[in-house]
Design a protein around this ligand. Structure first.
Ligand SMILES: Nc1ncnc2c1ncn2[C@@H]1O[C@H](COP(=O)(O)OP(=O)(O)OP(=O)(O)O)[C@@H](O)[C@H]1O
Ligand SMILES: [Mg+2]
Length: 663
């Protein structure tokens, strides 16, 4: 007798469950996605014991008739896909026909569903994959799926579950994310004792952000929206002999991005606060994270990450969603096009917004303090998509600002999935002592989400650096900071980093058109190098040359610098060279080759700028101050120096009034 056997369905389902369902949050994900696919407008999630005891998702979607309800728990039973070709253009969140049988194989499931068209709805009970009971029931249109005792028959799995609060945090993060993509739908998350998320429909994402996270979070984010027509479709055209001559040419469609990104003043130490949705599906994607970090290059430090909530829309043919069992990864058919579109849209938005950093916000110690890269060390694998270890803080009444104590799981190096329980995206009203949040109080009280959002937007529109050129300089503070008054308040500008930004952008511009001005040194400057540094130097020599340096070997370990960019001399020149060589040697093994050159250019420009800029403790006459402000106003990113430090802080008129108790 042969050795090979076909596995019984129940075993096959449990194996699939291993990939699809690994914790309560992944059950919630599948059920939420089913509800959304069923066109629900109101979704209510109820969990007990962090979802270990019970997860119940109710929706008002199109429901199922009895035949469909019975089929839904069969493996590969789906209403969302018919042919293999359909796989090329999936418009629903689900399509594998795996979720329900997988869940039902590892839990006790009750289904109540009705289409509203039949006389009766259906009530069904399933445990460990076996249908125990099916009955007619009088039900309104929609579906309620209750999943009790998750992993009751797979103790090994159950052991991996974390504390209830941890599991609840993951569930909360998940519901929150889906609530963010669908502001027009009503989402609720309820635990045995608290209402955790309560988000009635609103008109815009900004209002939803306010509803869930409160005003402070909304105020720290700026909107981005852009679109571009696709030049060609991602899928190749059929060959001429297969083409139908009557068929009109295919419209390649449009690429759209919308969402929110953080002001440069807000910086995170990991990428846990970058959220990307493709066609309303929450995914993780290295390519897009790269595009986002590129957009922030030389605006925030290279070791920091922004907070980004990005909604990308594209024709379904442009993205393959069938590359991961939990559907959390995708593959783009036109990768570099999408990468560049995201990078450029974000960068343009940043350049246009030029948000001013508030003086008080810059002082706030609760800013992005999520410096717990614990998740980077968690050996999360692809199938552990949702297994992360956030820590719930002690109950906090009211809004939680960024990074207020939640440690998110990471998108870390091991591609851990950082969607759960991220510092930022924990809703304001996570279980608090009174179970009620400031955000909901605001919402229920005097201010509607729409009004509050409009207020935040008006304040943001006012606080930009666009008026830098028209500020009235008042003088210097300790010969280091420029004070200036404007209609919006008192400005404090760091003269060194301001000049650094001006020079940095000039150097990059000049370099681009090969017009860098070099100056001959009276005496060549000799620089000693270690053996390893000589190799690094050889790699960057050409780029240095393009930046105004003239350097020649002078003996085996020595270089002779004969010319340097204008404004850089003496000890500053020496320090600058040492810095670039040092940074380039750290970098050489981790950076991809093609990225190298832009990064190197930025680094050299930043280093030249830093070492030739006006220092602190330097007196400046009024004309020089005025010149500096005007030049700074002309830069693309007057918000921060190339290393990410803030340049200008605004003590707003409103804060001044408030501090003097006038309002
Ligand atoms: N809440 C719901 N309302 C209406 N129909 C539902 C609901 N949940 C599931 N169904 C039906 O049951 C089918 C099976 O669901 P299941 O989640 O197992 O597979 P799927 O959503 O098609 O694919 P995937 O495995 O990728 O999620 C769905 O195709 C859908 O027709
Ligand atoms: Mg599904």
């Amino acid at each position: 007798m042969g050795r090979i056997r076909i596995l019984p369905d129940q075993v096959a389902n449990q194996i699939a469950a291993g990939e699809v369902v690994d914790r309560p949050a992944s059950v919630v994900k599948e059920l939420l996605e089913n509800a959304l696919d069923a066109g629900a407008t109101r979704i209510r999630v109820h969990v007990e014991a962090g979802g270990r005891r019970l997860i119940q998702v109710s929706d008002d979607g199109h429901g199922m008739n009895r035949d469909d309800a019975l089929l839904a728990f069969e493996r590969h039973a789906t209403s969302k896909l018919r042919t293999a070709d359909d796989l090329l253009s999936i418009a629903t969140l689900g399509f594998r026909g795996e979720a329900l049988p997988s869940i039902a194989s590892v839990a006790r499931v009750t289904l109540d569903t009705a289409t509203g068209e039949e006389v009766a709805g259906t009530h069904m009970e399933i445990a460990g994959g076996k249908i125990l009971h099916v009955d007619d029931a009088a039900l309104p249109r929609g579906t309620t799926l209750a999943v009790a005792d998750l992993f009751f028959n797979t103790p090994a799995r159950r052991k991996f579950l974390r504390a209830e609060s941890t599991e609840l945090a993951h569930v909360t993060a998940l519901v929150t994310h889906y609530a963010l993509v669908h502001p027009e739908k009503h989402f609720e998350l309820i635990s045995a004792t608290h209402t955790i998320v309560s988000a009635p429909p609103v008109a815009r994402t900004a209002e939803r952000i306010y509803q869930i996270f409160g005003k402070d979070t909304l105020a720290a984010l700026l909107p981005v929206a852009a679109e571009a027509p696709l030049a060609r479709a991602g899928l190749p055209e059929p060959p001429p002999w297969k083409r139908d001559p009557d068929e009109p040419a295919r419209d390649p469609g449009t690429l759209r991005v919308s969402g929110f990104y953080s002001k440069p003043e807000l910086q995170k130490l990991n990428r846990n606060s970058i959220y990307i949705f493709i066609n309303k599906r929450l995914i993780r994607d290295r390519l897009l994270i790269h595009a986002i970090t590129e957009a922030y290059r030389n605006v925030i430090p290279p070791t920091s990450f922004p907070v980004v909530l990005l909604f990308l829309e594209m024709p379904p043919e442009e993205v393959d969603v069938n590359v991961h069992p939990a559907k959390t990864e995708v593959r783009f058919r036109q990768q570099s096009l999408i990468h560049d579109f995201v990078r450029d849209s974000l960068r343009t938005a940043l350049i246009q917004a030029r948000p001013a950093a508030g003086f008080l916000a810059a002082l706030d110690p609760h800013r992005p303090a999520d410096s717990e890269p614990e998740a980077f060390h968690s050996a999360a694998t692809e199938t552990e998509a949702f297994r992360l270890t956030p820590r719930l803080p002690a109950p906090v009444p009211g809004k939680l600002p960024f990074g207020s104590g939640f440690n998110a799981g990471g998108w870390g190096n091991q591609q851990a999935w950082g969607e759960a329980a991220a510092a930022l995206f924990q809703p304001a009203n996570l279980p608090s002592t009174n179970g009620c949040s400031a955000a909901t109080e605001d919402a229920a009280g005097l201010i509607s989400p729409a009004t509050a959002t409009a207020q935040v937007e008006a304040e943001q529109a006012a606080a930009t650096l666009n008026h830098l050129g028209s500020l009235r300089p008042l003088g210097q503070l300790r010969e280091s900071f420029i004070l200036a008054s404007g209609d919006d308040g008192l400005w404090i500008i760091d003269q060194h980093v301001a000049h650094e930004r001006v020079l940095f952008e000039k150097i990059l511009r000049d370099r681009q058109v090969e017009k860098v001005q070099r100056q001959r040194l009276l005496m060549p400057m000799l620089v000693e190098l270690k053996l390893s540094q000589i190799v690094v130097f050889a790699r960057i020599a050409q780029e240095l040359d393009q930046n105004g340096f003239e350097v020649e070997p002078f003996g085996p370990h020595t270089l002779a610098v004969k010319a340097a960019p204008v404004g850089l001399e003496g000890a500053a020149l020496e320090r600058m060279l040492a810095e670039v060589i040092e940074q380039s040697s750290q970098d050489s093994d981790q950076v991809e080759q093609n990225e190298d050159l832009t990064a190197l250019r930025g680094r050299i420009a930043a280093s030249i700028a830093c070492h030739s800029a006006i220092k602190v403790n330097t007196p400046l006459d009024p004309a020089r101050i005025e010149w500096l402000l005007l030049e700074l106003a002309k830069t693309s990113h007057p918000t921060s120096c190339p290393h990410g430090r803030p340049i200008a802080l605004l003590y707003s008129w409103k804060d001044i009034h408030r501090a003097f108790h006038r309002i």
